[in-house]
Design a protein around this ligand. Structure first.
Ligand SMILES: Nc1ncnc2c1ncn2[C@@H]1O[C@H](COP(=O)(O)OP(=O)(O)OP(=O)(O)O)[C@@H](O)[C@H]1O
Ligand SMILES: [Mg+2]
Length: 602
């Protein structure tokens, strides 16, 4: 309960910038409550006015209009004034209903917009380690289901709490003014009605939490299945996949069964309590009217007030589960917002100066969780050097280069740029210096232009220039809309090699002093590769390049070759020296390079 209240208060705190709108809504709600009370109060006198021939009941009502002395009016004049008054009250009620609904809605929508953008900003700060831990479906569910639940809670539940409480207060005051003894009886039942509201709310919160988690798992399953459909189909895994999905769907069904049981019970329990209150009141009132101690007009008004009370109370009860779902969702959203990225700026981090001399790995150790994959790796890469990384699959090459832009931080040891630990620099200033082509080419469902620019502005001339150098110009020119052609999700509309050339073009455009290529040319044929290679070489001249390559043509141009095996740097040197040494490099050379490349180094 403590965290429930805490989360709810925090959620309400997000309304603070919009207190103006909230105040306006509140004012409308006060008017709405007042007009509802007037409605109730009018019923008795109006009835009296209708069934008697004098102006008795009418005078009682017209007292409310300032500047009118009802004692001077005859019945005919009252017949004009009463409808006018009723219309006035109705108009005020209508306008204030509109006002509170619209203003409250806008407060809620603004809160939701802020929340969404803050969540997205958080997501963009997260290091890949976070994404390994958190399935995509769960994150998506935070943005869709959870934000929706919060929206409901902020817009409708908060509005209902304010509006219905005001309405209940106004009607209760009216009832007490009309007859306090009757009111006492009626309101004894009220606290009894609060108990089920609270217990239902609690139960629904846990059920709703389970439901959201289950929906998240369904989304995960779906997403994974869609991404892997070709594998599922070719390996005949459809029945297994359907079964797994079916189990999740069943799980959700079971949770919803509990949820519906609670929800179905809520309304009748409340209604029955209301009816019990009414039954008691009517029994008592009937006897008092007969005894002449209760004015029937007042009783009718009182009766109307109690009837009108029923709706706001019921609505309040219903808001229990909306709030519970919203708070449960807010707890998850706040958990996301409060998760610090495993990699972030140190306090007092400085902007990295432009890379000048050298990049040094000093006894770098790194582990994914408990699994250490780099053990005390030390090497240096000087400006203008091209350092090649080779090693068997899984030896830690991609991991090693991912440490440079600080997708992960080292566990021990340090990476230094010009003598300074890269963790002393702000992330953004460090990353500005790095161009990267990753092992899995990452492209967005956007135009060629947007994919190459990747957030930085560039004119067409410059774009064609880098495309040309990445050997991508000719295929981009052949695309139906040229630079503006959309390339589909993940670049699905392009071939593997075309995708890779776009990724190279992107790195070329960034023109950063440190270049990281993770098998940047593996999907190219020899011809294209040679051309990209030439472009890269030109780019590399005044830069430091770390390249992970499986091709001899790349490796043997390198100034230095580092051989990585099971996370340890076991050999280092030039191509001829390493060949002569006859170690792991020699083995890799014999098995892989010599076969893959016909051309022999001189
Ligand atoms: N996110 C991760 N979480 C846990 N372990 C990981 C993760 N990424 C990689 N690994 C493990 O770390 C080790 C090194 O992986 P890495 O991707 O660096 O290898 P690699 O040398 O690039 O291999 P390849 O040549 O096949 O690309 C492997 O054993 C791999 O299973
Ligand atoms: Mg790799």
């Amino acid at each position: 309960m403590g965290s429930f209240v805490g989360t709810y208060l925090r959620l309400l705190g997000t309304v603070r910038p919009y207190l103006g709108g909230l105040a306006g809504a509140l004012l409308c709600m006060v008017l709405l409550a007042a007009t509802t009370a007037i409605y109730a109060w009018m019923v008795g006198p109006l009835l009296k006015f209708l069934i008697t021939r004098g102006g008795e009941g009418g005078a009682e009502i017209l007292h409310l209009i300032p500047g009118i002395d009802p004692s001077g009016l005859d019945r005919g004049q009252m017949l004009v004034w009463l409808p006018v008054f009723i219309l006035m009250v109705a108009a005020v009620k209508g306008i204030s209903y509109f006002g509170q609904f619209y203003l409250m809605g806008m407060v809620g929508q603004r809160v939701i917009r802020d929340l969404r953008t803050r969540m997205f900003a958080r997501i963009t700060e997260m290091s890949p380690a976070f994404y390994h831990r958190t399935p995509t479906g769960q994150i998506v569910s935070r943005f869709t289901n959870d934000v929706y639940a919060i929206e409901q809670a902020v817009t409708f539940a908060v509005a209902s709490y304010l509006r219905d409480t005001l309405e209940i207060a106004a009607l209760a005051v009216t009832a007490f003014l009309l007859d306090w003894k009757l009111s006492l009886i009626a309101f004894v039942v009220m606290p009894a009605a609060i108990v089920p509201i609270v217990t239902f709310g609690k139960r629904l919160k846990t059920v709703s939490l389970d439901g959201q988690n289950s929906l998240g798992r369904i989304a995960d399953r779906l997403q994974e299945a869609i991404r892997g459909m070709r594998i599922i189909q070719v390996f005949g895994a459809e029945p297994a996949e359907r079964r797994r999905f079916g189990e999740e769907a069943d799980g959700y069904f079971r949770i919803m069964r509990r949820s519906f049981a609670v929800r179905a019970l809520q309304s009748p329990v409340m209604e029955f309590l209301g009816a019990a209150g009414l039954a008691a009141t009517i029994g008592y009132a009937g006897s008092r009217v007969a005894a002449g101690t209760l004015d029937p007009g007042h009783f009718i008004s009182f009766f109307a007030a109690v009837m009108l009370l029923y709706n706001p109370i019921k609505s309040l009860g219903r808001m229990g589960d909306v709030t519970a779902a919203g708070v449960a969702a807010a707890e998850r959203v706040y958990a996301l917002l409060d998760t610090p990225s495993p990699v972030r700026d140190r306090p007092g981090a400085v902007a990295a100066p432009p890379f000048r001399e050298e990049l040094v790995f000093d006894s770098v150790t790194f582990a994914y969780g408990d699994k250490e994959v780099l053990h005390g790796v030390s090497f240096r890469a000087r400006r203008g050097e091209m350092v090649a990384l080779v090693g068997p699959s899984g030896s830690g090459k991609s991991t090693l280069v991912n440490l440079i832009p600080r997708f992960y931080d080292v566990n021990s040891g340090a990476i230094r740029m010009d003598g300074r630990d890269i963790r002393d620099f702000t992330l953004s200033s460090l990353r500005v210096q790095i161009g990267m082509v990753t092992q899995e080419v990452i492209l967005f469902n956007d135009s060629v232009r947007a994919n190459v620019c990747c957030g930085r502005p560039a004119d067409d001339e410059r774009l064609w220039q880098v495309l040309e150098r990445a050997n991508a110009r000719s295929f981009v020119e052949r695309l139906p809309q040229g630079l503006d052609t959309r390339i589909g999700e993940g670049g699905i509309l392009l071939s593997g090699g075309e995708r890779q050339r776009l990724a190279v073009a992107r790195a070329l455009l960034k023109d950063a002093p440190l270049l990281i290529l993770d098998e940047a040319t593996s999907a190219l044929d020899s011809e294209s590769e040679r051309e990209v290679q030439a472009a890269l070489e030109e780019l590399m001249r005044s830069r430091t390049t770390l390249v992970i390559a499986h091709r001899l043509s790349t490796v043997y141009r390198a100034d230095r070759i580092l051989v990585l095996d099971e996370g340890r740097l076991i050999e280092e040197g030039s191509h001829p020296a390493l060949l002569k040494a006859g170690g792991l490099y020699r083995k890799i050379y014999d098995m892989q390079f010599a076969e893959a490349d016909q051309e022999e180094p001189e």
